[in-house]
Ligand binder design. Structure first.
Ligand code: ADP
Ligand code: TRP
Length: 338
């Protein structure tokens, strides 16, 4: 059976991008493969959360995983920081990760531009920790959104490099996965770019109906098409992309036709889109509320998950240490010569 690994950082509530880019596939894959899904709490430290926020965000993302349908009976669900083997593998991989290649990573360059006051070494080596997360279970498939393509490319590079250096065929090269389809990018409703936790443009699974209506009604549009079948500008295309994801096909076709005929009223389209999002998120929101108040259940889930994840991780780490050349000393070697 194939092994699957993926994680989401505990940096805030999950949004439609996280759901349709990643979580939806986690839920589908859990019944077909040997799945490890974790909460990347170490990765969240690059932005320096307070101790209260750190714990609160981990609990929130865990509740959201479960509320969306991840099943701890079939998948291994755990916290990254509960598996110390990951950090040891990260240290070992760092010895063969080069500063130059890490500095050239797009996400690192973005961070340098966006937060010049906090360019920490954890940001630089972010892709190494991510590679360790994946190859610690020797995974072959990684369900992620489009923005993670380059990080996956780095993970393959580090796995391949390890195999080459030690002349072994040990690590599998992990591939990003979306059921044979292109990886997804859910746009924000603020004109351009992706929906993101730190972008300030997220529609969250946990948002209530009023908040969702407000966010959708504020979405950027224009004064409408002036010619029939006109190419859509990006903000309008983005509205349709989200509608494609949450609404019935007939609804999307109806508004596309209106657009093509220059008869579209964006206000009507937004109202419909908001209701379709609310229909989708309301049951999830209710389950989040229920699950996040059950501390006993949550602690049972992470405890079982940690045990299962550590069993797999320690096996890999033991083999990796042997390949690298760490060997136990023979304790009783003089006994035989007596
Ligand atoms: P964010 O980017 O919001 O901070 P993460 O970086 O923790 O969230 O992303 C977790 C998962 O969600 C990754 O697999 C990522 O590719 C996916 N993801 C995040 N935003 C989007 C988006 N707008 N569209 C598609 N997938 C996304
Ligand atoms: N870097 C991913 C993100 O920002 C989160 C992540 C950390 C991850 N480790 C991973 C995703 C391992 C998949 C596999 O979205």
């Amino acid at each position: 059976m194939e092994t699957v690994v993926s994680g989401i950082r505990s940096t805030g509530n999950l949004h439609l991008g996280n759901y349709f880019g990643a979580l939806k596939n986690f839920i589908k894959m859990q019944h077909e493969s040997n799945c490890y899904f974790f909460i990347a709490d170490y990765h969240s430290l690059t932005t320096h959360p307070t101790p209260e926020d750190l714990h609160g965000s981990v609990k929130q993302v865990l509740s959201e995983y479960l509320a969306c349908g991840l099943d701890p009976e079939v998948a291994t669900i755990y916290l990254q920081s509960d598996v110390p083997e990951v950090t040891e593998l990260y240290l070992l991989l760092n010895m063969n990760a080069y500063v130059g290649e890490l500095e050239r990573t797009t996400s690192f360059k973005d961070k340098v531009r966006k937060q010049p006051e906090n360019v920490n070494a954890g940001l630089l080596t972010y892709p190494v920790l991510m590679a360790a997360d994946i190859i610690i279970h020797n995974a072959s498939k990684v369900p992620v959104g489009k923005d993670q393509e380059q990080n996956l490319e780095m993970a393959r590079k580090f796995a391949r490099r390890f195999n080459n250096i030690y002349k072994v065929d040990y690590f599998t090269e992990p591939q990003p996965y979306n059921f044979g389809q292109a990886l997804i990018k859910v746009p924000g409703l603020d004109g351009t770019g992706k929906m993101g936790k730190s972008e300030g443009n997220g529609i969250f699974l946990f948002d209530d109906a009023k908040t969702i209506r407000k966010k959708v009604m504020r979405a950027v549009t224009d004064s409408g098409p002036t010619e029939k079948n006109q190419k859509m500008p990006e903000p309008i295309q983005n509205l349709f992309t989200i509608m494609d994801i949450v609404s019935e096909k007939e609804t999307v076709d109806f508004f596309k036709e209106k657009y093509n005929q220059c008869e579209i009223r964006y206000g009507d389209m937004k109202k419909q889109l908001a209701e379709d999002i609310i229909n989708f998120t309301t049951p999830i929101r209710e389950r989040i509320l229920e699950i996040s108040s059950d501390d006993q259940y949550l602690s049972k889930v992470v405890k079982t998950g940690a045990e299962k994840a550590r069993a797999s991780a320690s096996k890999t780490l033991k083999e990796v240490r042997e390949i690298i050349g760490f060997k136990p000393f023979v304790t009783n070697q003089y006994e035989h010569t007596k």
